[in-house]
Design a protein around this ligand. Structure first.
Ligand SMILES: Cc1cc2nc3c(=O)[nH]c(=O)nc-3n(C[C@H](O)[C@H](O)[C@H](O)COP(=O)(O)OP(=O)(O)OC[C@H]3O[C@@H](n4cnc5c(N)ncnc54)[C@H](O)[C@@H]3O)c2cc1C
Length: 439
């Protein structure tokens, strides 16, 4: 069986940016053989949240390549040039393209790597390949749409799995109920329903607000936006605060002692969590205000309401909503309940479960490589699930271009060393000093 230098699990922006960084830094003598496995049938960036009028929350300059190499052919600007829209885009006078356009950019870039990505394969396990007393490589097991399993060997692994839906406990038993679904499957799940009349959107972050605004215009539809929060506060993207998303801020966060790092992340939570853009908040407020002008209340903003129980029957999905001010509980019935309740980033724990004994503590070093025991030779890198150690930019696009270069250099170093054990990598002094690892 062929042995790959690297298998990447997931082919969203993070691993796509890595593919680009590898291609642009390929050593002619010893090119790195990298293969990516993606469970979606084709490239798509949050396809079920591709709503009309939605825009990027980050400058297009934080694309797949610019911060690493502004001269890369994979920049957003070169994409515009190739599509003959550069002048027209300039006339928009914006740094924030529509999500539709950014998805098109990402898909255009991904199209250059079709030969390196197997779509329609979900990785279901990663197993140790033991030779003598050590794990010499990894066996990656995936399943395709026809339920066939595939196995591949690799010397190194990078996991960029994105998030999985965060489902509140009291709704977890309704996972199979088609009328209850997470924002990540909004478009397709909503399209499968008979036209609903009453909808609840739970949450008050960017996705919940976008979905509320998408639905409120449908005639004959009433939408309740249900949130525990007292109010909706905007995300803070003012310039000094935005510095926390600069690539060099990662060093600062990583080097902050563990006990104060959590407080540091908490201080800036509002930049990314439960905080929609100001423009969306203003549109939401206007919708509710215009109802007052018309003297009708089709849509409601149920703030300080907690969903304490949920069940479903032929009449609909019933939510017991507790008013957190009065303590009163009322039951409301809906034809659809949409959860804008965010994401978890724990999937790698399950996929790497068979390797647990070799990965004590599941901690990553500065280069996103999981610490491992000395008898474990493969390097495993994580992208997008290192917020606790590397900061709030980790789940976003902000540092993708730079992070993938750091991983590329650490990988090149590992391959060059003949898969040095992590202790050797640590000893080389690279771990806190990215500049020392020029490959
Ligand atoms: C609606 C929405 C809008 C957003 N907008 C912005 C924005 O404007 N700016 C910003 O900075 N961030 C934004 N984000 C944050 C988002 O995390 C990043 O934009 C970006 O998608 C991160 O890229 P990624 O590759 O790490 O993860 P993802 O884009 O989530 O990609 C992960 C990929 O891995 C695949 N996968 C998962 N598990 C497996 C498996 N077991 N086997 C094979 N494949 C697997 C998934 O199918 C997916 O394609 C947004 C997020 C959402 C949900």
């Amino acid at each position: 069986m062929k042995i790959h230098d690297l298998i990447g699990v997931g082919f969203g922006p993070s691993n796509l940016a890595l593919a680009i960084a590898l291609q642009e830094n390929q050593a002619q003598a010893a090119p790195i053989d990298a293969l990516f496995l993606e469970k979606q049938p084709h490239f798509a960036w949050h396809g079920d949240m591709m709503l009309d009028g939605t825009h990027m929350q980050i400058s297009f300059l934080k694309d797949l390549a610019t911060l690493r190499n502004p001269a890369s052919p994979y920049t957003f600007i070169n994409y515009l040039h190739q599509k003959q829209r550069l002048s027209d885009f300039i006339n928009l006078k914006t740094f924030y393209p529509s999500r539709l356009e950014f998805n098109d950019y990402l898909a255009w870039a991904a199209g250059h790597f079709d030969h390196q990505c197997h779509y329609g394969e979900e990785v279901i396990a990663v197993l140790p390949e033991i030779r003598g007393s050590e794990v010499s490589m990894l066996r990656v097991v995936s399943r395709d749409a026809h339920h066939r399993t595939h196995e591949r060997l690799t010397r190194n692994l990078v996991m960029a799995l994105g998030g999985t839906p965060n489902i509140p406990d009291c709704l977890a038993h309704l996972r199979e109920e088609p009328r209850v679904f997470h924002s990540s499957s909004f478009r397709s799940a909503f399209a499968r329903l008979p036209p609903p009349r009453r909808v609840a959107v739970i949450g008050a972050g960017q996705s919940a607000t976008e979905i509320f605004l998408e639905l409120q215009g449908h005639p004959h539809l009433s939408v309740d936006l249900v949130t525990r929060a007292r109010t909706i506060k905007p995300s803070d993207d003012s310039p000094f605060v935005n510095e926390i998303f600069n690539p060099d801020y990662t060093d600062y966060v990583y080097n902050t002692p563990n006990d104060s790092r959590a407080a540091l992340l908490e201080e800036f939570m509002q930049t990314n969590y439960a905080a929609p853009d100001m423009a969306l908040i203003e549109r939401l407020y206007d919708v509710l205000y215009q109802q007052k002008v018309r003297g009708q209340q089709r849509h409601r903003f149920l703030r300080r309401h907690d969903t304490v129980e949920a069940w479903s029957d032929d009449a609909g999905v019933h939510l017991a909503l507790k008013n957190l001010e009065s303590g009163e509980v009322n039951t409301e019935t809906y034809d659809a309940v949409i959860l804008g309740t965010g994401y978890q980033r724990q999937q790698h724990h399950a996929l790497l479960g068979e390797l647990q004994a070799y990965l004590p503590g599941m901690r990553v070093d500065r280069h996103y490589r999981l610490d491992s025991t000395p008898n474990f030779r493969p390097a495993i890198f994580l992208q997008g699930s290192c917020e606790d150690s590397h900061g709030l930019s980790d789940t976003l696009l902000s540092i993708t271009a730079v992070r993938t270069d750091e991983i590329r250099m650490a990988l090149a170093h590992t391959l060059h060393q003949g898969h040095a054990a992590p202790s050797a990598l640590q000893a080389s002094g690279d771990v806190q000093r990215h500049g020392a690892l020029q490959a």
